[in-house]
Write a protein that binds this ligand. Structure first.
Ligand SMILES: [Zn+2]
Length: 228
């Protein structure tokens, strides 16, 4: 049985976080997001963390070398015994090459959650956040209208400043520009499985699990039959 070495790729609003949590629970492998790594590094005040803090304080993006060092350190942690789910890494081909070297030729699957841009825009623009406790409501079922109140604290649900049309369009463009070369890197090695992420979360999970099972027993990566 292969380790679940998984790179999760998908636009904002594709449900990556939800699927990563479900994969983690089902296969017992840690879901590792670069956002979490950066926050943890800053909090731990490690030498790398101090570098991250200085870069973020200056408003700069963490570069390839530092990000690669942080991920290498994270993948050496004791909970990474039978695989990992990476979310947000690799973001560049340089990072993808570094990951290949880190896992030293072990099989890896790049799982792409494909969601049409119009659907992503619809999802992001319908997101609401509680003005009180900051709970994020991503589904159309969690609230009835903009005036509905938070089910946790009764606070008012508002649109996040980041979820306006202009910002959404820019984030989609950034995603496309960053992800295409990385997907191409894995496509050239036959490692990409694309799952139609525009459906309900349970349907998406079913295809994701089928793809991972195929990868684990060595018959995959193969695209699940219902994709598209
Ligand atoms: Zn609330």
């Amino acid at each position: 049985m292969r380790d679940v070495n998984l790179v999760l790729i998908g636009p904002p609003g594709s449900g990556k976080g939800t699927q990563a949590a479900r994969i983690s629970a089902r296969y017992g492998v840690p879901a590792i997001s670069t956002g979490d790594i950066l926050r943890a590094a800053v909090k731990a005040k490690s030498p790398l963390g101090r570098q991250v803090e200085a870069i973020m304080a200056a408003g700069d993006l963490v570069g390839d070398d530092l990000m690669i060092d942080l991920v290498r350190e994270r993948l050496a942690a004791p909970d990474v015994t039978s695989g990992f789910i990476l979310d947000g890494f690799p973001r560049t081909v340089v990072q993808a090459d570094a990951l290949d070297a880190m896992i030293d030729g072990c099989p890896l699957m790049a799982l792409v959650l494909a969601v049409p841009e119009a659907e992503v825009a619809r999802r992001l623009s319908s997101r609401r956040i509680c003005a009180g406790c900051k709970t994020l409501y991503t589904g159309g079922t969690a609230y009835g209208s903009e005036l509905e109140l938070c089910s946790r604290c009764g606070g008012v649900l508002i649109t996040r400043p980041d979820d306006n049309d202009v910002t959404i369009a820019r984030r989609l463009l950034q995603y496309r520009q960053a992800s295409e070369p990385v997907i191409g890197h894995y496509q050239a090695r036959g490692l990409v499985v694309t799952v139609d992420g525009s459906r309900g979360v349970d349907d998406v999970s079913a295809d994701v699990f089928t793809a991972i099972d195929g990868f684990r027993d060595g018959t995959g990566p193969v695209p699940p039959p219902s994709a598209g």
